[in-house]
Structures are given as C-alpha cells and as structure tokens.
Write a protein that binds this ligand. Structure first.
Ligand code: SF4
Ligand code: SF4
Ligand code: SF4
Length: 311
C-alpha cells in the first residue's frame, strides 16, 4: 500500500485536524489521569524474543523477511551480487549486524527491527494515526492515512521507520510483525526460518517468562541478568537477551518511562502547532518552485520580445 491519493489527502487532513482538535481538548481535560497511568501491553500481546547467544549470523531471517514482505533485496554493498544491507533502510525491515570488540575479542550478532513498543512514540507522534497499535499490540502502518510528514521517523527512539525517498509515491517501511501472514503461517517469516531458535515468536508474557528462565538456568551468561525491553521506554513487545552490553548492540539506554507519557501534551502541541507549520513549509516550497518557473518563463518571453523589436 502506498501513500494516500491527493483527494484522500485533503479528506485526511480535514479529519486529522478536527480529530486533533477534539482529541487535544479531551487530552488536556484528562491530563492528570494520562500522566498517572503508564500503558500496559494487552493481555494477548505478541512479540519476539531474540537471544544473541544463540544467533550464528546466518541471515536466513533477513532473506525470509525480504521474501515474505515482497521487498527488493538490498544488493548495493555487494555491487548487485547478493543481499547485504548495512542497516535498516526502505528495502530492509530486518537486519543482522556484527559487534566485535578488538580489545576483548568478544563478538555478538544482533537482529534489529521494530520493537513494537507497548506505548510507541511513533504512534503518538503521527498526526493522522497512520501508525497505530492493532490487535495483539502489533504496531502497523496505514498508507491510506499517511501524508508522509515523517514525524514517526523522528519520534522513534530506536530509529526504525524508514521513508522511501526514492519512490514517486513513498511508504513508511518498518517491521509489522508479519501481521499479513500470521493467520496463515502462525508466526513471522524470520522466526519460522531461524535454524537455531535465536529468535522466537509468541505471547509477550510467555516470552518474558522464558527469557527469565534462561537467565536463571545460565547464571553469569547474560549481561546484567536482564531482559532488554521488559521495561525500557515503557516496555517493548520484542525482547532481547545478550552476553554483551545492550548498548554495544545499538540498543539505546532508555528510562522506564514511555516516551509518549512525557510528551503527551507535547503530542497535542505537535498536532496543533507543529503540523500546520510543516504544512505551511510544504506549500511554501511548492509556491517558491512555481514562482521560479514563472520568473523564468517571464524572462524568456521578454527576451523573445526584445529580439523581435530588434528585428
Ligand atoms: S520501535 Fe519505533 S517504530 Fe517500532 S513501535 Fe517503537 S517507536 Fe514505533
Ligand atoms: S516479523 Fe516479519 S517483518 Fe518483522 S523482522 Fe520478522 S520477518 Fe521481518
Ligand atoms: S536466522 Fe536466526 S541464527 Fe540466523 S541470523 Fe537470523 S536470528 Fe541469527
């Protein structure tokens, strides 16, 4: 699905602004309650548990993710020979990276994709609810609502959503936990093909219990005996175990507070103030470009007229 059509854009902008107005008033009225109650994962929330100690870096998950999501393989680094994404990008929803510490000789692979946050900053940052938490807490993108403002991209503390800059009708690309195949396959593509069980799919509460059981039965193996994602940024539905510090794997050090919880009023401000500013910027750019075309055309006509007078 791609970005919305022009007619739909106008309808969405209208609906979005009125929703923001109503929602803003309601949010302001309900402010003390919203600040007091952190959001919880739904009881049936699903997610993934990635255990870096089990990952062999085969990248079967990367290849299957590309296939199941109908994406073009990123072959840029290999000169067009094979799939070799350096990081998440508009063609890559899932990437395996290598951490290597030369001083200690320690290495680890890390799988990166959307964390499916319990209280996602991308969802609260989107002025038109194009990103939303759906059934089982999966964070999905709706091209019929998206206007391409990229607020989700700048809101995400994990730097996950990617905008298709090179496309005529761009999408926001990120892992959606393979929601389009869950009913058919029972699990996402990456967990289905992983040969070592380094990444597994299931209910978040069961995955968390599994992760804690692994820590309990393997003392001294896991970093800080901690599950990353249990509490970070209000909790995520993708959980990590690692034998090296999480920040070495590119997982940011975050407080337990959900980002939208601290910016809930900021979000309303964004919807009321920042969004019109962005719209103004877009229109300004459009008119500037057209004005330049107009000026060039006037100059051309004048030059032609001058030529005719000389003749
Ligand atoms: S990781 Fe980023 S894109 Fe994914 S749900 Fe959380 S805030 Fe949204
Ligand atoms: S859940 Fe699906 S979209 Fe997400 S990383 Fe795995 S295969 Fe890719
Ligand atoms: S398929 Fe499994 S073992 Fe292979 S790279 Fe992906 S997570 Fe690691």
């Amino acid at each position: 699905m791609s970005l919305l059509s022009r007619r739909r854009l106008l309808r969405t902008v209208g609906t979005g602004l009125s929703t923001a107005a109503v929602g803003g008033a309601a949010a302001v009225a309900a402010a003390p309650a919203a600040a007091a109650a952190p959001r919880e994962a739904p009881a049936d929330a699903v997610g993934m548990l990635y255990d870096a100690t089990k990952c062999i870096g085969c990248k079967a998950c990367v290849a299957e993710c590309t296939k199941v999501n109908d994406l073009a393989p990123d072959t840029e680094l290999s000169g067009g020979l094979w799939q070799m994404p350096a990081d998440l990008n508009p063609q890559t929803k899932n990437v395996i990276k290598l951490y290597a510490d030369e001083a200690t000789g320690r290495t680890s692979f890390v799988k990166r994709q959307c964390m499916h946050c319990v209280d996602p900053a991308c969802v609260s940052g989107c002025p038109f609810n194009a990103l939303a938490k759906g059934p089982q807490g999966i964070v999905g993108w709706d091209g019929e609502r998206c206007i391409g403002c990229r607020y989700c991209e700048v809101s995400c503390p994990f730097e996950i959503p990617k905008f298709e800059w090179k496309q005529f009708n761009p999408r926001i690309v990120k892992c959606e936990l393979c929601r389009h195949v869950l009913a058919r396959d029972g699990q996402p593509g990456c967990t289905r093909v992983c040969p070592t069980g380094a990444v597994v799919f299931g209910r978040r509460d069961l995955l968390l219990a599994d992760a804690k059981a692994r820590i309990a039965t393997s003392p001294g193996v896991y970093h800080q005996d901690r599950v990353y994602g249990e509490k970070e940024a209000g909790g995520t539905q993708v959980l990590y175990l690692s034998h090296v510090p999480f920040e070495k794997l590119g997982l940011p050090t975050l407080s337990e507070r959900a980002i939208p919880a601290g910016t809930r009023h900021g979000g309303v401000l964004v919807k009321f103030v920042a969004f019109p500013v962005v719209l103004y910027g877009v229109f300004l750019r459009f008119f500037r470009r057209n004005w330049k075309v107009h000026e060039a055309e006037v100059a051309r006509v004048k030059a032609e007229q001058g030529l005719e007078e000389q003749l």
